[in-house]
Design a protein around this ligand. Structure first.
Ligand SMILES: Nc1ncnc2c1ncn2[C@@H]1O[C@H](COP(=O)(O)OP(=O)(O)OP(=O)(O)O)[C@@H](O)[C@H]1O
Ligand SMILES: [Mg+2]
Length: 243
């Protein structure tokens, strides 16, 4: 079995207090993990540590056997707060293609255009490619940014709240798309409905990590909406957890 991510006794503090404390976990190749937890619980911090954007205070992280500084090339990432100047007159296609550029690679070739076509079909955004990024709706833009995160053909996809500002229908569509993607996936979300969408495990992070393999939701999906707080109370405890 190939390990995508291995985290051992990870501690992290921005200042004096630990934001993350003694976190250990392994994520298998092609596993689909949902990360949930309250505001300020440390979810985005955890993701930034995986990406090597932050350095652990203590502990180790490996990405397919390499440190995050190197493993980062294997990760497609959609940050929580994307600072994007919507006035920039870039078309969606350019935004996606830019995901392929790096210090080493400064021009596009035929492979890039083939990738663009393929991903656009996969994410149902072919009709949006010539539109300006600032003219897209929130949901359309998220799909374009998802395409950009996938543009380098990463082995791991990490999305930090990809559906924060989109309506319920679009949320469902985006999670449906995610299910169809065959790679290691880590999705941070406050949309607890994600729990129903075929994830393998749920990581509840609130300074510490609680891993849940099977989740017994308080309300069945047929009954519709269920409350995030109710789930948090259930998940944020040692009960039924595996570490
Ligand atoms: N750059 C920073 N400097 C200092 N403290 C920070 C910084 N970024 C985050 N924190 C603090 O670290 C804690 C965890 O923040 P983090 O953003 O990881 O939480 P989160 O679980 O992603 O929350 P949310 O659900 O609101 O996105 C919070 O208390 C936050 O105030
Ligand atoms: Mg966050």
């Amino acid at each position: 079995m190939q390990l995508a991510i291995e985290v051992k006794h990870l501690f992290f503090a921005y200042e004096k207090e630990y934001v993350l404390e003694d976190i250990s976990a392994t994520i298998k190749d092609r596993e689909y993990i949902a990360i949930i937890g309250p505001n300020g619980g440390g979810k985005s911090t955890f993701v930034k540590l995986l990406l090597g954007l932050l350095t652990p205070t203590k502990g180790t992280i490996t990405i397919y056997g390499t440190p995050p500084s190197k493993g980062r090339e294997l990760i497609g990432y959609l940050p929580q707060n994307i600072h994007f100047n919507l006035d920039i007159p870039l078309q969606a296609r350019e935004v996606i293609l830019h995901g392929r550029l790096s210090a080493k690679k400064r021009t596009f070739d035929r492979d890039d255009l083939q990738m663009l076509e393929h991903i656009a079909q996969q994410l149902h955004i072919t009709h949006l490619l010539n539109k300006k990024i600032g003219e897209l709706s929130g949901g359309e833009r998220q799909r374009v940014l998802l395409a950009r995160a996938l543009a380098t053909k990463p082995k791991i996809l990490i999305l930090d709240e990809p559906t924060a500002a989109v309506d319920f229908k679009t949320q469902k569509e985006i999670y449906q798309l995610l299910q169809e993607l065959d790679l290691t996936k880590i999705v941070v979300s406050h949309d607890v409905n994600i729990l129903l969408q075929g994830v393998d495990r749920v990581f509840y992070i609130n300074r510490k990590l609680y891993i849940h393999n099977n989740i017994n939701l308080p309300i069945t999906p047929q009954e519709g909406h269920f409350c995030e707080m109710e789930i948090f109370e259930k998940l944020g405890s040692e009960n039924g957890c595996t570490h």
